[in-house]
Ligand binder design. Structure first.
Ligand SMILES: [Zn+2]
Length: 213
């Protein structure tokens, strides 16, 4: 199963990705993690990426694609993979397409988790963080015993700027703008499967199972 997983912040993509990893015995390839591990292991590509980052530049797509190519050749990718966080742009999608052609592979599916923006804002803006120990709570899903005091250390709980409704709304807008062209791109290749990301973990998992049939 070779797939790309796309979904807005707060839709529970990470949780579902973990379930897919288990079910299909394939790795989740997050480009952020891949980049960090190349740098940590001081690979040639990691060193190259670092020169851009040190100059305050984005790591170019072709460097990321070379990392992906190397990653795809590793043993755990034999049965496939879940690409997460890449591609984000049309040039990246085209680059990936070229790479897959070169190595004789085809994507099976581009799974898009959809969400109701109001619900995402409600979920994410319910997060509270501890000023002292950094513990994170969610008033809806994992509430602390007392609304503004940390269970672990008694520290004060607060809402990080990232968890404020206006910030979340902004991230969702960015996501929509970035994703719409990608969905169109993969729609033309008939790879898009949409799954409602609003529901319990098992409900969403069931939706994914059906979408992948
Ligand atoms: Zn605390």
């Amino acid at each position: 199963m070779k797939m790309i997983l796309i979904g807005p912040p707060g839709v529970g993509k990470g949780t579902q990705a973990k379930l897919l990893v288990k079910k299909y015995h394939i790795p989740q390839i997050s480009t952020g993690d891949m980049l960090r591990s190349n740098i940590r292991n001081d690979t040639d590509l990691g060193q190259l990426a670092k020169t851009f980052m040190n100059a305050g530049k984005l790591v170019p797509d072709n460097v990321i694609l070379d990392m992906i190519r190397t990653r795809f050749s590793e043993a755990d990718c034999r049965e496939g993979y879940i690409l997460d966080g890449f591609p984000r742009t049309i040039p990246q999608a085209e680059g990936l397409d070229l790479l897959l052609n070169k190595i004789g592979q085809k994507l099976d599916v581009v799974l898009v988790m959809t969400a109701n923006p109001e619900e995402i804002i409600r979920r994410l803006s319910s997060r509270r963080s501890c000023r002292e120990c950094g513990a994170v709570y969610n008033l809806l899903f994992s509430p602390p015993h007392s609304a503004d005091i940390c269970d672990h250390c008694g520290g004060e709980l607060y809402q990080r700027d990232d968890d404020k409704p206006a910030t979340i709304k902004n991230r969702l807008n960015v996501y929509e703008r970035q994703t719409a062209p990608l969905i169109e791109f993969y729609q033309k290749m008939n790879l898009i499967r949409k799954v409602n990301g609003m529901g319990t973990i098992s409900e969403v998992g069931e939706g994914i199972r059906k979408a992948l049939e």
